[in-house]
Design a protein around this ligand. Structure first.
Ligand code: NAP
Length: 287
């Protein structure tokens, strides 16, 4: 079987690459320099020439703030390019595994974990373009598995954990918001789920949308405190604050805890609590 992984230089793509080293199947890792997924002909050509059976789309326009000024660019990558991948899988009869986001739910004040079928209502350009990408897949009607996630971190790329590890040790006061609540997702754990789906034929037919994050709930403030505790950062001062102390062009979801019942039931996945997953990630930083 031939598997195309797009956006493979990102956080998630790098973890899929590490896992695939143990596979009997043939993985093709690409990023924007080798395969710009916004180029429809290039996508179609790559898929047909290499006999691709599964596409794992780890590519995305992921800068949430900048997307407000560059919605057309975000739409190209998060929506139109996703349609190209879906079209290619429709033609080849393969499966598209695509990653989406909790931002499709936007600003509503939910107070219980969000299930897949809950009404979407993105409040910003990033969430809007990601939702349009999901809708494009549905319109094309290829075999597809869409995984919505949030608060992704890894030793690769840019993320909250790496920022905290960099800024907290200087001893200055750091204010971190406590009025946005969600669940951190270790990209290594999401990659393990995706790898399992790719490698198990019975899972590749599980068409639909699935939520995935680690277990548990926290605010960004709690997350920062736990990073400091586990990384044994001495003398850092972390203080809770409200979101309005950090003006942003985007309304971020105040509550984005995802209900993971469906993903656990369908794929039999065991999910670690976010504090345990964080510990595993921090070990990889010291390795
Ligand atoms: N990060 C999060 O907290 C988060 C939360 C929820 C969902 N997600 C979703 O999860 C997926 C993976 O996220 P991530 O954090 O691993 O993203 P990432 O680290 O930003 O990686 C995305 C990769 O896609 C590449 N890319 C951008 N435009 C492309 C194009 N036209 N063709 C091919 N590759 C392109 C990027 O290259 P450049 O770096 O050169 O642009 C980058 O290597 C994305 O779909 C994202 O929307 C992320």
């Amino acid at each position: 079987m031939n598997i195309l992984v797009t956006g493979s230089n990102g956080q998630l793509g790098n973890h899929v690459r590490l896992l695939s080293e143990g596979s009997q199947h043939c993985y093709f890792f690409t990023d924007i320099d080798d395969l710009d997924i916004t180029r429809r002909d290039a996508v179609m050509n790559y898929v047909l020439t290499n006999g691709i059976n599964v596409v794992v789309n780890c590519a995305g326009y992921t800068n949430v703030d900048r997307a407000e000024e560059e919605e057309a660019m975000a739409d190209l990558v998060n929506n139109q390019a996703v349609r190209h991948l879906a079209d290619a899988m429709k033609v080849s009869g393969g499966t598209l595994i695509h990653v989406s986001t909790d931002y499709v739910f936007g600003g509503a004040l939910y107070n219980r974990p969000i299930a897949e079928e809950q009404q979407t209502n993105p409040t910003g350009a990033y969430g809007r373009t990601k939702l349009h990408g999901e809708e494009a897949i549905a319109e094309v009607g290829c075999r597809s598995i869409i995984i919505r996630t949030g608060w992704l971190y890894s030793r690769f790329g840019k993320n909250f954990v790496k920022t905290m590890l960099r800024v907290l040790p200087d001893g200055g006061l750091r204010k971190v918001v406590f009025d946005q609540v969600g669940t951190p997702t270790y990209a290594g754990d999401l990659a393990a789920l995706i790898y399992d789906i790719v490698e198990n034929e019975k899972y590749r037919d599980a068409n639909g949308i699935y939520n995935f994050s680690n277990e548990g709930v926290c605010s960004w403030y709690d997350f920062a405190c736990e990073i400091a505790r586990q990384a044994d950062l001495k003398g850092c001062q972390i203080e809770p604050c409200h979101s309005n102390e950090f003006p942003s062009p985007v309304v971020r979801p105040p509550y984005s805890v995802l209900d993971k019942s469906k993903v656990k039931k369908t794929f039999g996945v065991k999910i670690d609590h976010w504090t345990v997953a964080l510990g595993r990630m921090l070990k990889t930083m010291n390795a």
